[in-house]
Write a protein that binds this ligand. Structure first.
Ligand code: NAD
Ligand code: UFG
Length: 350
């Protein structure tokens, strides 16, 4: 087994936000990686930054998880031992407008990848699912056994893959599958070298807050002040992306040792409101974050936070970093890279 753990880990979507942070943790844990990414929502600059952080090379294949021939070739060339599957599309609003793209990329992409892995006899697999599969939860904190029922095509694409994985694990006992339901990933690597780099106006709260603090946008619209929450704004379980990345290492160890499928929430277990997060960011940055109240956003829910105890029991993992670190690290990344990876392609800009 010890030898097996040194086989490279294939990281699909490894140039993206969560994938790049996970590649850092893998390399720092002594695990070789191969990144597969089609760069539809990422820059290869993220991987050059990962190389700077770790001092190690990051083998990269630019390609699509739906390309079976490319996967067969990649798996024949590299002695892949396990796969972390991040590649996919993730914008809820876009998924409502273009559902077929989401089902094709997220569901067909996962299916084509799993078929190639079966051909290559690689059956250790960790999947990026989302708390969005719970839809509007009946109660919080949410446990893994809670009712699922996503309310948009993005969420359903994740849910369908979860069901495909459960069927696969049931049909063939050789598979070892970790299904990770992330809550709200935020923050950046403490080096300030990698972070979240939205290509357009950010949909999510924290990248928007950061862009207001750095002066790129005038103000934040707070979507709803009349939710049934302590201060009337939406409550979420924000988790530092480095904690999330470390959760993947714990999941990887599990799939390397134990066949079958497990599902865990990756969250902190604590809910913070929009206004809590605005105040935390103001503290971390020393900047004001002007905000106005706006109507509720369609499809939003009042509260969503995890019961993370199953991940602790099963994987020995729990989140360590609090909101102050999330905001301080996001602020450092935004200050040093006000235009994200764009423009930073010239050396010495960080
Ligand atoms: P991201 O967009 O930064 O990363 C996804 C990466 O996958 C990108 O680098 C993109 O270029 C690549 N990609 C997309 N389609 C591909 C394809 N067909 N073939 C190869 N590469 C492809 O997003 P992220 O925030 O890092 O999310 C990673 C995963 O986690 C996604 O599956 C996402 O749905 C899931 N997730 C994210 C969040 C979140 O809030 N960020 C929450 C829950 C789950
Ligand atoms: N919000 C604002 N203003 C903004 C953006 C967000 O007030 O400009 C509020 C939202 O209304 C919500 C909270 O900030 O109350 C968090 O919103 P995000 O968009 O950051 O996160 P969501 O919880 O709505 O969505 C995230 C992921 C989705 C996933 C969902 C459920 O982005 O992919 O969690 O797990 F589907």
């Amino acid at each position: 087994m010890a030898g097996a753990t040194r086989r490279p880990v294939l990281v699909t979507g490894g140039a993206g936000y969560i994938g790049s942070h996970t590649v850092v943790e893998l390399l720092q844990d002594g695990r070789p990686v191969v990144v597969l990414d089609n760069l539809c929502n990422a820059s290869a600059e993220s991987l050059r930054r990962v190389e700077r952080i770790t001092g190690l090379p990051v083998p990269f294949v630019q390609g699509d998880v739906r390309d079976a021939a490319l996967l067969d070739d990649l798996l024949a060339r590299h002695d892949i031992g396990a796969v972390l599957h991040f590649a996919g599309l993730k914008a809820v609003g876009e998924s409502v407008a273009r559902p077929l793209e989401y089902y094709d990329n997220n569901v067909t992409g996962s299916q084509v990848l799993l078929q190639a892995l079966a051909r290559a006899d690689v059956r250790r697999f960790v999947f990026s699912s989302s708390a969005t599969v719970y839809g509007d939860p009946e109660s919080v904190p949410i446990r893994e056994g809670a009712r699922t029922g996503p309310t948009n095509p993005y969420g359903r694409s994740k849910w369908f893959v979860e069901m495909m994985l459960a069927d696969l694990a049931e049909a063939d006992g050789r598979w070892a599958i970790g299904n990770l339901r992330y809550f709200n990933p935020v923050g950046a690597h403490p080096s300030g070298l990698i972070g979240e780099d939205p290509s357009d106006v950010p949909n999510n709260l924290m990248p928007f807050v950061a862009q207001v603090a750095v002066g790129r946008r005038a103000q934040l619209s707070v979507f709803g002040s009349d939710w049934p929450t302590p201060d009337g704004t939406g409550v979420r379980d924000y988790i530092h992306v480095v904690d999330l990345a470390r959760g993947h290492l714990a999941a990887l160890r599990r799939v390397e040792s134990t066949p079958g499928m497990f599902t865990v929430n990756l969250g902190t277990g604590t809910g913070y409101s929009v206004l809590d997060m605005v105040r935390a960011f103001e503290r971390a940055s020393g900047r004001a974050v002007p905000h106005v109240f706006a109507p509720r956003r369609a499809g939003d829910i009042a509260r969503c936070y995890a019961d993370p105890s199953h991940a602790e029991q099963l994987l020995g993992w729990r989140a360590q970093l609090g909101v102050d670190a999330m905001c301080a690290d996001a602020w450092r990344w935004n200050c040093r890279n006000p235009d994200g990876y764009r423009g930073a392609e010239e050396a010495g800009s960080v």
